[in-house]
Each structure stands twice: as structure tokens, then as C-alpha cells.
Design a protein around this ligand. Structure first.
Ligand code: PMP
Ligand code: GLN
Length: 388
């Protein structure tokens, strides 16, 4: 056995670290402003924190039910009905998970046979590639094409083959900030229906939309019956560390996902489940302020990056901006991001980690704006030394 391989299975070679942890550690070690990993530097609403503390004090501290507490499953079902007109039975069509991450892993592990193919948009969130590998499946890539990060139906059609099992769709999209339009979602739905494919949707940024509208793929004709819709409370309520996520799907699909989930974490986050149930029940009350705030910070970061001489496509959703750093005299994102802490005390993410097409991803860098206005200002000031 080689030292490089160690005990790691061949499936996980290439996934020894996540770029997010790596870059956050670098930010800490160098005292840099962290515009890398996407977590807010301001906690969510006090009222929601209080509900979590109340739940701990009320004794909700042991294993919750395997499916998640009834109050949260009911609140998730009510949320799907209220925002999207989608009906799910809280008993056997809603599953609470340890964040969206576990729901994604459990879905791929449960629904893929070894050798199946999972179609995903590129750039792709890193967990999709790792979870697909863990499931013994293979990823097939559909590029979102610049400058507007559009999905071309011909690219999608070209990615579908006899081994395709799942189309994995992320919208609002990390890292591009794209919110897929109805025409693009229609194209995805048609491909799924025509080829009898399953869809898994990652909608963790469903409420962080600044332009346009988030349309769940499951709401399109023929899709509810074949879609596992995944979301989480982390982004919506700014409590990414609580790791309360969920999946909604027709009962047979959900039973498969639950089977995998129960041997991953079994259960998680008992008191936080109570707090998030209450937060969801509060409807838009805690969401609107967050969105308004993030929209302002998006505009602040976009304006600052544009002033540096970068071309900026304003994200419609999520909390990331992606730029090509060539106008600053760099053509290699990883090199740029390694240089940045020492030169400017700022950390960002080299987007090539989200790409199979290394050439396409190489000059791109992702910046997050889920930070306080003064922190973004500070980062933009520090970046001034890069002006040409
Ligand atoms: N999907 C996407 C697209 C993300 O950006 C993230 C980052 N948090 C996740 C899933 C993971 O969500 P969670 O923290 O709920 O596991
Ligand atoms: N979703 C966040 C990001 O994309 C954090 C991911 C993580 O830490 N795994 O930056």
C-alpha cells in the first residue's frame, strides 16, 4: 500500500479535504478576512435562538424520532404548501436530516446502483462529487455557460445515457448565484420524464433570492412523483451550525432515502428541530429581513469587485459572486487564492474545485457576501493593492 493511498478507499481518492475547511483554516492562521466558506458572521434571529434554548430546558435532549420530530415534519410540509403549493404527507413524505448534506448523501447512496450515472450542473457543489463517488456512481457534467450561467438543453441531452439514474439540480446555485428560470427547469423536467429519471434537488438557498423567483423542480408537471426535494434551515435562518435539513419525496422514494439516512447519523439536532419547526411556522417573518440585508451586501461586494476591474455577473440568489481574475493579471485561481492572504489578508475560494473542466474553472474565484457590511468594506479596502 502506498503512503499516499494509506487506508483511504479508491472511491475517495481526490476527496481528502474540502476546500472550505482548508480556506477557513488559512483565514484563521493568517488573520485574513474570510470571504471563502459560506457561513454568515452574524447569527440568526434571537427569537429562534431562544426557542432552541427553551427546547433544551424543556428536556428535548435525547434521540428524536428517526424521521424527525412530528412538529418539524408538519412545519416542513406546511412550508412546501404555503410557498410552492406542493403537498407532502408529514408522516411518510418528509424526512429530517443532519443538514442538506446528509439528505444529499442518503439520496445518492439509496437511489444509485454501482455504475449508475448522476448528471449535475457544472460548476458543482463539492459534496455532489464526493457523495456520487461514495455511492459507487459516476458523475456526468452539464456546464452552466457564461457570462450568464445559462443551461443549454442540448448540453443536458448530451449528458443523458443508458446508465443515467439521477439528475441532481441545485438552484439557487452555488457557486454561480444563478436562479434557474422556468424555461431551463422545463427542459430538465422534460428530460427526466422522457427518460424516466429521478431528480434530486438541492434548494438550500430557496429563500435567498434577489432577482426572479425560485421554482421547485417538483412543482413542474410529472416531477413530484420522481423528485427528492432537499433543503435546510442553515441558510434561510443563518444557523448553519445547527445542521437541520430535510427531504420531501413521494413515500417509496422517501423510504429509500430514510433507509440510508438511519445508518448515517440515525438522528440529529433534537432541540434545534424544535426551534426550526417554530421558525418555519413563523412564515416569512424571519426571512424577509435576511434577504433585504443580503441583497444590500451583494450589491456592496459586486460594486467593490467591479471597481477593482473585475467583470461581475450579479448573482440572482445564494450568497456568492464568481469572478474571472484575469483582469488582475492572474490566470490561475488556486495560485491567486494562495497569494491573497499574504498579499491582502483576504481569503476566497478557487472555483476550479467545482469543475471537471479544469480549463473553464481555472481563472475563476468565488467570493461570499454573507458577511457584515463593515467586514466586506474592510476586505474591499485590503484588495485595493491588486488594482492595476
Ligand atoms: N448544498 C449547497 C449548494 C450548499 O452550498 C451547502 C452549504 N451549506 C449545502 C448543500 C450544505 O447544507 P447543510 O449545511 O444544510 O448541510
Ligand atoms: N456551503 C458553504 C460553501 O459553499 C459551506 C460548505 C462547507 O463548509 N462544507 O461555502
Amino acid at each position: 500500500m502506498t503512503a499516499r493511498a494509506g487506508y483511504l478507499s479508491s472511491r475517495l481518492q481526490g476527496y481528502t479535504t474540502t476546500i472550505f475547511a482548508e480556506m477557513s483554516a488559512l483565514a484563521l492562521a493568517t488573520g485574513s478576512v474570510n470571504l471563502g466558506q459560506g457561513f454568515p458572521d452574524t447569527d440568526g434571529p434571537e427569537e429562534i435562538k431562544r426557542w432552541a434554548i427553551d427546547a433544551i430546558e424543556a428536556g428535548h435532549n435525547q434521540y428524536p424520532p428517526g424521521k424527525g420530530i412530528a412538529e418539524l415534519r408538519r412545519a416542513v410540509a406546511a412550508h412546501q404548501r404555503l410557498f410552492y403549493g406542493l403537498d407532502y404527507d408529514p408522516e411518510d413524505e418528509v424526512l429530517v436530516t443532519a443538514g442538506a448534506t446528509e439528505a444529499i448523501a442518503a439520496s445518492l447512496l439509496a437511489l444509485c446502483e454501482v455504475g449508475d450515472e448522476v448528471v449535475m450542473l457544472e460548476p458543482y457543489y463539492d459534496a455532489y462529487a464526493a457523495c456520487t463517488a461514495m455511492a459507487g456512481a459516476t458523475r456526468r457534467i452539464v456546464p452552466l455557460r457564461g457570462p450568464g450561467w445559462r443551461l443549454d438543453p442540448a448540453d443536458l441531452a448530451a449528458a443523458i445515457g443508458p446508465r443515467t439514474r439521477i439528475v441532481l439540480v441545485n438552484s439557487p446555485h452555488n457557486p454561480s448565484g444563478r436562479v434557474l428560470g422556468r424555461d431551463e427547469l422545463d427542459a430538465i423536467a422534460r428530460v427526466c420524464v422522457d427518460n424516466d429519471l429521478l431528480a434530486v434537488t438541492d434548494e438550500v438557498y430557496e429563500h435567498l433570492v434577489y432577482e426572479g423567483e425560485h421554482i421547485p423542480l417538483a412543482s413542474l408537471p410529472g416531477m413530484r412523483e420522481r423528485t427528492v426535494s432537499i433543503s435546510s434551515a442553515g441558510k434561510t435562518f443563518s444557523f448553519t451550525g445547527w445542521k437541520v435539513g430535510w427531504a420531501c419525496a413521494p413515500a417509496p422514494l422517501l423510504a429509500a432515502v430514510r433507509t440510508a439516512k438511519q445508518f448515517l447519523t440515525y438522528v440529529s439536532s433534537a432541540p434545534f428541530q424544535h426551534a426550526i419547526a417554530a421558525a418555519l411556522d413563523a412564515g416569512d417573518r424571519h426571512i424577509a429581513g435576511t434577504v433585504a440585508n443580503l441583497r444590500a451586501r451583494r450589491d456592496q461586494l459586486c460594486a467593490g469587485l467591479a471597481e477593482l476591474g473585475l467583470e461581475v455577473v450579479r448573482p440572482e440568489g445564494a450568497y456568492f459572486v464568481t469572478t474571472d481574475v484575469r483582469p488582475l493579471g492572474f490566470d490561475d485561481g488556486p495560485e491567486f487564492c494562495r497569494m491573497l492572504p499574504a498579499r491582502c489578508a483576504v481569503v476566497a475560494i478557487p472555483s476550479v474545485v467545482f469543475y471537471d473542466d479544469r480549463a473553464a474553472g481555472r481563472p475563476l474565484v468565488r467570493w461570499t457576501f454573507c458577511k457584515r457590511a463593515d467586514v466586506i468594506d474592510d476586505a474591499l479596502t485590503r484588495l485595493q493593492v491588486l488594482r492595476r
